[in-house]
Ligand binder design. Structure first.
Ligand SMILES: Cc1cc2nc3c(=O)[nH]c(=O)nc-3n(C[C@H](O)[C@H](O)[C@H](O)COP(=O)(O)OP(=O)(O)OC[C@H]3O[C@@H](n4cnc5c(N)ncnc54)[C@H](O)[C@@H]3O)c2cc1C
Length: 436
């Protein structure tokens, strides 16, 4: 890298404290009750439940466990659903829309309880989240939604008018916003490391650096071909999300990997952090391609993430763009240096709802649309109970038909740069209108 303000480190900030590592190699068993493809949050959470219920379970990951999105993310426990309530009700019916909102609330509470009860050392911080409005009309709509959410689901949420904004965030960039207190942050690589620790201790066998290359029906069960040999499995669960490859072609045609990039600043002076992020909250915004950002768990740096328009190329251009986004929000960071920048894949499907679904006997749990810190552990757990035949514990608003296939798409998201540019343009126009 030539620009001194651009980060030299292109691995996740989180790996400084909790690096991803291979699991010592061992030969996979000839047969298991359940084979899981992918050892991120979803695969491990499912494996933990299954192993604790006495099943023999092997999870295979093509990379080091967690090296997909699970240790690359912002660690914001958003449990966000991209569709607003009205759109969900129109597309899927009112009953599913209510069930999704209620499940989001339950899933966030589950994560907090799970971390506490299992004693997971992962810097879990229930700080709350501030969502900034880009104009006063958006602020009014957000304030109304917050009020409705408080009444219908009982979430502690409230509007923050522009005049009071600096009590939450040190910028004039937004025109007010809303706070919800059921969202916070964690250290994703520590969380994954802890999940792996308890899953291994419960008897889950994890095979790292072992891609699954094909899954075929074999009588009542399946033959799972891996780089280390073939395993017979009674049941198969696919948890590959934004890293889905040709081993799961049905899912691959339904999920679009979208690159998300994160930048982290150098350490900032305590007085600067106190001014910019006085309540240490997680932050999101009302733009289509809104940034998500937060203080690092030690409160010394700012970590900011957003969508990247290309899926190829070096990190300099995208990092500079994100740095410009950061300084637009916090002009006083004009000269700040970055310490880290990296990217990972999130997985979008056509209707923007996470999913558990079955196709030809294989169960899939994926499609977290950039919000899997809450959803992936939750959906993985629900999928495990479905495999165990425990319908009451498996019940989920996300367990329904597969997402629709994407026309002319076989795994190479050639159309994404155009879509991202389109959103960027829409955001610019919305900002101009809002500020007139
Ligand atoms: C930069 C970034 C920032 C994000 N920020 C947030 C955030 O702040 N809050 C939030 O809620 N969410 C965030 N997310 C999303 C979140 O990280 C994901 O939704 C979540 O980690 C998905 O977990 P997973 O277990 O489903 O998938 P992953 O962790 O991606 O794991 C999938 C695994 O499948 C493996 N795999 C794929 N194919 C095969 C195969 N054929 N054989 C074997 N293994 C295979 C891969 O190697 C990979 O390890 C972010 C994501 C990114 C990339």
């Amino acid at each position: 890298m030539t620009d001194p303000t651009i980060a030299a480190t292109t691995t996740p900030y989180w790996w400084d404290d909790a690096p991803v590592r291979p699991i010592p190699a061992r030969t996979p068993p000839r047969s298991v009750d359940v084979a899981i493809v992918g050892a991120g949050f979803a695969g491990l959470s499912a494996g933990l439940v299954l192993a604790r219920e006495g099943r023999s379970v092997a999870a295979f990951d093509a990379m080091n466990p967690g090296e997909g999105a699970s240790t690359r993310n912002g660690g914001i426990t958003s449990g966000n659903i991209r569709l607003d309530y009205a759109t969900m009700a129109r597309r899927f019916g009112e009953a599913r829309a209510i069930a999704v909102e209620a499940e989001a609330h339950a899933a966030r509470k589950f994560l907090a309880r799970f971390v506490a009860e299992e004693g997971l050392d992962c810097d879990f911080q229930p700080t709350g989240l501030f969502k900034g409005a880009i104009g006063y009309r958006q602020y009014d709509a957000m304030a109304r939604s917050a009020e409705a959410l408080r009444k219908s689901v009982g979430v502690e949420t409230y509007a923050v008018p522009f005049a009071e904004q600096k009590t939450v965030i040190g910028t004039d960039f937004y025109r007010g916003g809303t706070v919800r207190m059921d969202i916070g942050g964690l250290h994703p690589a520590k969380f994954h490391r802890e999940l792996l620790r308890i899953a291994l201790a419960s008897g889950l066998a994890v095979h790292s650096g072992t891609p699954v290359t094909g899954i075929a029906r074999d009588g009542e069960g399946f033959r799972v071909a891996t780089a280390a040999g073939t395993v017979r499995a009674r049941q198969v669960l696919v948890c590959t999300n934004g890293y889905t490859d040709g081993a799961a072609p049905f899912l691959q045609r339904r999920l679009v990997p979208v690159r998300s990039r994160i930048i982290v600043t150098e350490e900032l002076a305590p007085a600067v952090m106190a001014r910019l992020m006085p309540r240490r909250m997680m932050i999101s915004e009302g733009r289509q391609l809104g940034y998500y950002y937060r203080p690092t768990p030690d409160g010394r740096r700012i970590l900011l993430g957003g969508r990247e328009s290309g899926n190829k190329g070096n990190p300099i251009g995208p990092s500079l763009l994100m740095r410009a986004g950061l300084t637009e929000i916090f002009p006083e960071l004009e000269t700040v240096r970055l310490s880290h920048t990296w990217f990972g894949n999130v997985a979008m499907n056509r209707d923007m709802l996470p999913r558990i679904f079955e196709k030809e006997g294989i169960l899939y749990a994926s499609g977290f649309c950039g919000s899997g810190t809450v959803w992936a552990p939750w959906v993985g757990m629900r999928a495990a109970y479905r495999l165990l035949g425990q319908p009451a514990r498996a019940e989920s608003a996300f367990d329904f038909r597969p997402p629709a296939g994407i026309p002319l798409y076989r795994g190479d998201p050639w159309f994404m740069p155009t879509i991202i540019q389109g959103y960027r343009l829409q955001d610019r126009i919305a900002m101009l209108r809002a500020r007139r």
